[in-house]
Design a protein around this ligand. Structure first.
Ligand code: F6R
Ligand code: MG
Ligand code: MG
Length: 371
């Protein structure tokens, strides 16, 4: 076993071009300039600036551990610098995810989303960074469940002796801010009872079991769980989630990690964060949201970690193997869109990001008669 490494994926929407569709190259260039400087100064071992829809994604490797003020501060400064560029270009929603005026030590709860984990680098350390746009953290529940608990997805759960005992899931109640651990497979049904309610219960981390050769206290997957309207008490920004997943040798193989995305499952978000629709797995070049501000999409960047360095990225959904998922997603998108303002295309009232309902009810107050 090698040295410990920390991977931090921190993202924010600091301005879209045009509208909420994508990130302008100038913002990416500004971020690269900042992270390159931090690398030269020795804070970062390596970094990649990626984009998912209108979100700017900073993927960094370093030895500072999780919740490092230096790393979080670097991300915050980088988003602030990119916001300046966005303001000058009058990009849409410039600085929208930076909810506070000044950085105060830890970026969590300040607007940006974060997935971060520290672990001992193995002889071969494959890693996938998943980035979704126009959806919420619970959108990762189904694919993470399938990767680490579904034997129809992950053959290794059945036939690899190093995985046969299953995994441990850490689930957060993002409304009441509580967490609970589930040992799977024996607690699968309890796990599913919660994570099926994906707007409230979200998988935060996955850990190996006692019998695994991997260190038990080191996560093998982590998901960002910032939900901005809970964070700030009211709706103020987007909560498009990201996840980091380690693969192979006692963990799901790369292909088992990608397999759940062969189904364009339904997620909530899309137009005005208020609609259900299919998630579409896309290559980097299609990482921009168009039709009805979507459909929601996911990109996957693959890496091998070498002495802390993120070697990559591989554009993992740039493969005809996902063409069928994409065309199915388009068909589903057409079908659900035909429902217009009706549920279940439009979200139930309590989950909508925008609503005029209280105003309409107020206006009608005097006209309502008892029945
Ligand atoms: C959804 C999203 C967009 C916006 C919509 C309206 O997550 O980002 O669908 O909600 O484009 O945006 P504003 O209110 O900025 O005009
Ligand atoms: Mg936006
Ligand atoms: Mg976004």
């Amino acid at each position: 076993m090698g040295e410990k490494i920390t991977i931090s994926l921190i993202k924010a929407d600091v301005g879209g071009f045009p509208g909420h569709s994508a990130v302008r190259t100038e913002l990416k260039e500004k971020a690269i300039e900042r992270l390159e400087k931090a690398k030269r100064e020795g804070l970062l071992i390596s970094y990649h600036v990626l984009t998912a829809g209108d979100d700017l994604q900073l993927l960094m490797s370093h030895r500072k551990g999780v919740d490092s003020t230096d790393i979080h501060g670097l991300a915050w400064d980088t988003f602030e610098a990119a916001t300046e560029v966005a303001k000058e270009l009058k990009l849409h929603g410039a600085g929208q995810d930076l909810l506070v005026d000044a950085f105060s030590g830890n970026i969590r709860g300040m607007g940006p989303g974060i997935a971060e984990m520290e672990f001992t680098e193995r002889g071969s350390e494959p890693l996938v960074a998943f980035m979704m746009d126009k959806t919420e953290p619970g959108a990762f529940n189904l694919p993470i469940y399938k990767m680490f608990a579904d034997p129809f997805t992950t053959a290794g759960l059945v036939i690899d002796p190093t995985m046969h005992d299953g995994f441990i899931f850490e689930v957060w109640d993002i409304k009441d801010r509580k967490e609970v651990l589930f040992r799977c497979p024996e607690e699968l049904y309890d796990l599913l009872a919660l994570i099926g309610a994906k707007s409230r219960y979200v998988i935060k981390r996955v850990y190996p079991r006692d019998t695994s050769p991997l260190p038990k206290d080191e996560p093998v997957a982590v998901i960002s769980t910032e939900k901005l309207y809970f964070t700030a008490g009211k709706y103020v920004g987007k909560d498009d989630p990201v996840a980091l997943v380690r693969a192979q040798s006692g963990l799901p193989a790369l292909g088992e990690v990608l397999e759940p995305f062969s189904l364009p499952f339904l997620v909530s978000g899309w137009m005005r964060g208020s609609h259900n629709g299919p998630i579409i797995p896309v290559p980097f070049r299609y990482s921009h949201c168009t039709r009805f501000d979507g459909p929601p999409r996911v990109v996957a960047a693959g890496f091998q970690i070498s002495h802390g360095r993120l070697v990559g990225p591989a554009d993992l959904f740039d493969d005809p193997a996902f063409d069928l998922a994409r065309s199915k997603a388009l068909e589903i998108a057409d079908y659900v869109r035909a429902h217009g303002p009706f549920e279940p295309h439009r979200l139930p009232m309590e989950d909508m990001e925008y609503t005029t309902l209280p105003d309409i009810l107020k206006k009608l107050e005097s006209r309502f008669k008892n029945v």
